[in-house]
Design a protein around this ligand. Structure first.
Ligand SMILES: [Zn+2]
Length: 378
């Protein structure tokens, strides 16, 4: 466009564009906020495509979908995943361990997470208990790792000092035997951009089930782990207001406390030493397969109407249970998995409209499907 023509843009067109831009800005902020994004983290890029044949519904839908996608992509603290500074996401391929025996070993210099076999990381950390971990009678070992070690390789431009997902410290532990397989776990204390401390548990699905299933038990390594993690979560929760207002010195003291909690967690995991090998394969299988279902059925029959959700992202049905348990079913009524879903996560998914409450008809239909599948009244 020549300068001449540019000069000729009528004043009223300019004015309309001005108004439209202001309106779009307002709309952008309002929609992101409505999707559950805290205002201090609202980004300044949102793509909308407007075509003359589009109506307001089309535009609205496009806006809402974009916002939901955006919010889920920048929510740095996702259950069971670390934040990847390379992809700026906690849902990319780097965010979760590749195998069930991998633990988080720190960040690459480009900010992508490094996952490493538990034993190989212990070796690298020159832990002298390495010999005790291996073999059929291997001991459970917990190892506390400092933030310094985790960001050793990470470049400043790749999120090294970022508050998006700031790991204060972590504990790696293994090997837990689930279905005759060796599993490892990573437990992190993470601070986010709002300076809130979170307990992050990264464990294979089978182990999460064992944990969810251990709530009412008092013995066994998973019960000990469950209860200690539960206490730790409360501890962090009560520490949060202090942490937010603390000066540098106080923060140092609180950090000490966090590390002492992590060491306590390690001691608790190691206390039992050897895991029982007496349980037969059959009994082990039965425990792994039946318990979550029994638990799920129990929670399902006690669930209030507002405990039933449809998961719009996965197309599944979620039933909230006791003490943070959540049970996932497919629409045909088959129990898929159980997990721990803290109430804040649940609320967040509700706010973001990922979880939508089932209405009466849908609840009845779902209960019928479960009944049909398992041949039991629920
Ligand atoms: Zn990534």
């Amino acid at each position: 466009m020549s300068e001449d023509k540019e000069d000729k843009i009528p004043e009223d067109i300019r004015k309309d564009c001005q108004e439209l831009t202001a309106l779009l800005n307002k709309l952008h902020l309002r929609s992101l906020e409505a999707c559950g994004l805290p205002l201090e983290t609202v980004p300044n890029n949102l793509q909308l495509q407007w075509l003359s044949e589009m109506n307001d519904d089309d535009l609205c839908e496009q806006l809402w979908t974009n916002c939901l996608e955006h919010v889920s992509s920048i929510d740095a603290i996702q259950t069971g995943a670390v934040y990847c500074f390379l992809c700026k996401s906690a849902s990319c391929a780097h965010a979760k361990p590749e195998t069930i025996s991998d633990v988080f070993a720190g960040y690459n210099n480009n900010g992508s997470p490094i996952w490493q076999e538990f034993l190989s990381l212990l070796l690298e950390l020159e832990d002298d208990r390495v010999d005790q971990v291996v073999g059929n009678n291997g001991r459970l070992i917990g190892k506390v790792m400092s933030r310094k070690r985790l960001i050793d390789k990470q470049f400043i431009g790749s999120g090294r000092n970022s508050l998006t997902y700031r790991i204060i410290g972590q504990m790696i532990a293994g090997y837990f035997r689930v279905n005759e397989q060796q599993c490892a776990i990573t437990i992190q204390i993470v601070e986010n951009a709002s300076r809130i401390l979170h307990l992050q548990i990264i464990a294979p699905a089978a182990m999460q089930e064992m944990l969810a299933d251990s709530e009412e038990k008092s013995t066994g390594v998973f019960a000990r782990l469950y209860h200690t993690l539960h206490e730790l979560k409360h501890e962090l929760h009560s520490m949060n207001s202090k942490w937010k207002q603390a000066d540098q010195q106080e923060r140092g003291q609180l950090r000490e406390k966090i590390f002492s909690e992590l060491r306590h967690l390690g001691n608790m995991i190691e206390r039992k030493g050897r895991q029982s090998k007496r349980r037969t394969q059959h009994a082990q299988n039965r425990q792994n397969e039946n318990r979550p279902i029994a638990n799920a059925m129990d929670d399902l029959s006690n669930a209030a109407d507002h405990h039933f959700y449809s998961d719009k992202a996965r197309g599944s049905i979620v039933v909230a249970g006791k003490r943070g348990r959540a049970h996932v079913f497919n629409p045909e009524g088959k129990h898929v998995t159980s997990l721990i879903l803290p109430s804040d996560k649940l609320e967040k998914r509700e706010q973001r409209k990922r979880y939508i409450h089932l209405n009466k008809d849908e609840r009845e239909k779902f209960k019928d499907a479960v009944k049909e599948h398992y041949g039991k009244e629920v």
